[in-house]
Write a protein that binds this ligand. Structure first.
Ligand code: APR
Length: 228
């Protein structure tokens, strides 16, 4: 096993993707048997899909909620929570994942840049905060309404929408001396550019995953292996 050295002066920024939850039994997106199999992205993960066919969008994310109920954090999630415990404010976790496995492993200093599966929010973006929602909907008529009257939508950043917390993410990357990226194919932006931002800020950059990501050449080091 390769060791990634973290020194007393290091500030660590970790970016995780679907691969870190693969060993918990949650499908990744772009594998041959991946999540999008049987679904076109534009049918379930775009603002247009929500407008055209909210029932299908809710059906897709309800199935994701049902799968998440049976999943547990794996050693990779626990290792990051342990690292945070050691480093405190010198550690920051940004996940592209919408599952809650990092929280369940004990991570606290984290942001979900692509939203959270177990929350819903107003589809009219009226300004009301997202609410916790673990329901698996069998029918669109069961989906609740916001106080403004609009139907609730999954608290998910769809393709074409702006990721969450970008200001904070940028600040944390600028401060980091070590970036560790785990289990992401490097195909979705802006997350795939974080390694470049970190390099510009002078950080070492390490990728961990079983295959080389699309942006592999931007990393100072690639550790080939499963996250767990
Ligand atoms: N450990 C680490 N990495 C793994 C493992 C594992 N056990 N198993 C698979 N992987 C890697 C794959 O090699 C692949 O590079 O996880 C990556 C998963 O890639 P994607 O399915 O493209 O997922 P991700 O990069 O997280 O997707 C980014 O795209 O679909 C949108 O919003 C969605 O957040 C998602 C974003």
């Amino acid at each position: 096993m390769e060791t990634i050295r973290v020194g007393a002066e290091d500030r660590v920024f970790v970016l995780t993707g679907a691969g870190i939850s693969a060993e918990s039994g949650l499908a990744t997106f772009r594998a041959s048997d991946g999540l999008w199999e049987g679904h076109r992205i534009e049918d379930v993960c775009t603002p247009e899909a929500l407008e055209r066919n909210p029932g299908m969008v809710w059906e897709f994310y309800s199935a994701r909620r049902a799968a998440l109920k049976n999943a547990k954090p794996n050693p990779a999630h626990f290792a990051l929570a342990e690292l945070e415990e050691k480093l405190g404010k010198r550690f920051f976790l940004c996940t592209q994942n919408v599952d809650d496995l990092h929280e369940r492993a004990g991570s606290v200093r984290l942001v979900h840049m692509h939203g959270e599966l177990l929350k819903s929010r107003c589809s009219a973006e009226c300004g009301t905060a997202p609410v916790v929602d673990r329901m698996v909907y069998k029918d669109l008529s069961a989906v609740g309404r916001c106080t403004c009257g609009a139907r609730m939508r999954p608290h998910i950043v769809f393709f074409g929408e702006v990721p969450l917390e970008m200001g904070r993410i940028q600040q944390e990357i600028e401060k980091a001396t070590l970036m560790v990226v785990v289990g992401t194919s490097g195909s979705v932006y802006p997350a795939a550019s974080f390694v470049h931002w970190a390099r510009q800020a002078g950080a070492r950059t390490v990728y961990v995953g079983p295959e080389r990501p699309l942006n592999a050449s931007a990393f100072t080091h690639v550790v080939e292996g499963k996250a767990g």
